[in-house]
Design a protein around this ligand. Structure first.
Ligand code: ADP
Ligand code: MG
Length: 311
């Protein structure tokens, strides 16, 4: 390899520059990356490119080394790159791999709208979804979740039934919703997850502000909706009929994918939860109507396994 550092020094000598500066530029010209850049682009570069662009080479090497060392740089998150511009050498700044990754993450996060959900869903993924032992039913839940993502992403415009995950407290139902939403996000699809008991409380508060309809409209139109923990709190007839009923009716008409999680199976939800109002009276007809919508929109999958919540 030719001694670029030496040719650079000779050139600079003629320019009468300060010798420390000359040395820095000479070192930069001898840098491996710089040399291979010059070699690759030799034919495109003007004859006096090295002579004129010594400071660019120095800038490139010094900034690159700072980025590598994690030192303060003038454009944090960016790294220098040598380019040829109109036969001369220029330095441009491009996002580092870490920056690109962070940008991608921010974009993904924007596709997952979480309403009163635990933060842990941000980290949930199919690949980290460990199946404890050989629990057939737990892996069945994972398999069906992955199947949904595969089917939906193949034909997002046709109706896909969502899943109704039920099972004991702490088995990972909410985690699985998060994993589905994150997987859909990487494929470019938006979803909305909401903790239903908290949403119900917020709706009651919204009566006074007259903003129930606006909030229900925003939720009911979500391209993919995941309703977490249905049945966890007793539900007033008003929430059942005017909030949940309205949301599910719309989604059924529009054939929009909808997921649920619950500690109750569909049967128990119907018998013990939806049909008994807060005054303790039975309202089977209205409960049946709601259950019909839930059954149309989703199918039941048992999530088994140990309680994973930190005790
Ligand atoms: P559920 O909604 O069924 O009550 P969660 O989804 O809240 O259960 O899960 C309980 C805890 O276990 C959470 O802290 C969650 O992060 C963790 N967890 C659940 N499933 C998994 C999994 N497959 N891998 C790792 N951690 C999990
Ligand atoms: Mg949960």
């Amino acid at each position: 390899m030719q001694d670029l550092g030496k040719s650079m020094r000779d050139l600079l000598n003629r320019q009468n520059l300060n010798s420390d500066y000359q040395q820095l530029i000479a070192n930069a010209a001898n840098d491996g990356e710089v040399q291979s850049f010059i070699q690759t682009h030799q034919t495109e570069l003007a004859d006096d490119a090295l002579e004129r662009n010594g400071s660019k080479l120095y800038e490139f090497v010094s900034q690159r080394d700072k980025v590598r060392a994690g030192a303060q740089v003038f454009a944090p998150g960016y790294e220098p790159q040598l380019v040829v511009s109109d036969h001369y050498i220029e330095v441009t700044y491009v996002p580092t791999e870490a920056t690109l990754l962070a940008q991608k993450r921010t974009l993904l996060k924007k596709r997952v709208h979480a309403v009163s959900m635990p933060k842990m869903i941000e980290q949930a993924s199919f690949s980290d979804y460990d199946v404890v032992g050989e629990e057939q039913q737990r892996s069945d839940a994972l398999r069906q979740a992955m199947q949904f993502v595969a089917d939906y992403s193949q034909k997002p415009r046709v109706f896909h039934q969502g899943l109704y995950f039920y099972g004991n407290f702490g088995v990972g139902k909410t985690y699985l919703l998060g994993a589905i939403a994150n997987e859909l996000a990487t494929l470019g699809y938006q979803s909305t997850l909401m903790h239903f008991p908290s949403f119900a409380v917020e709706m009651k508060r919204s009566i006074g502000e007259n903003s129930v309809a606006k909030k229900v409209d925003a939720i009911k139109q979500a391209p993919i909706l995941m309703i977490d923990d249905i049945g966890a709190d007793s539900m007033s007839s008003w929430v059942r009929d005017e909030v949940l009923g309205v949301i599910l009716e719309y989604r059924m008409q529009e054939e929009l994918p909808t997921f649920f999680t619950s500690n109750f199976s569909m049967q128990l939800l119907a018998d013990q939860h939806l049909s008994i109002n807060q005054r303790g009276e039975t309202e089977t007809v209205k409960a049946d109507r709601l259950m019909q919508r839930i059954r149309f929109l989703s199918h039941e999958v048992l999530v088994a396994g140990p309680n994973r919540r930190p005790q």
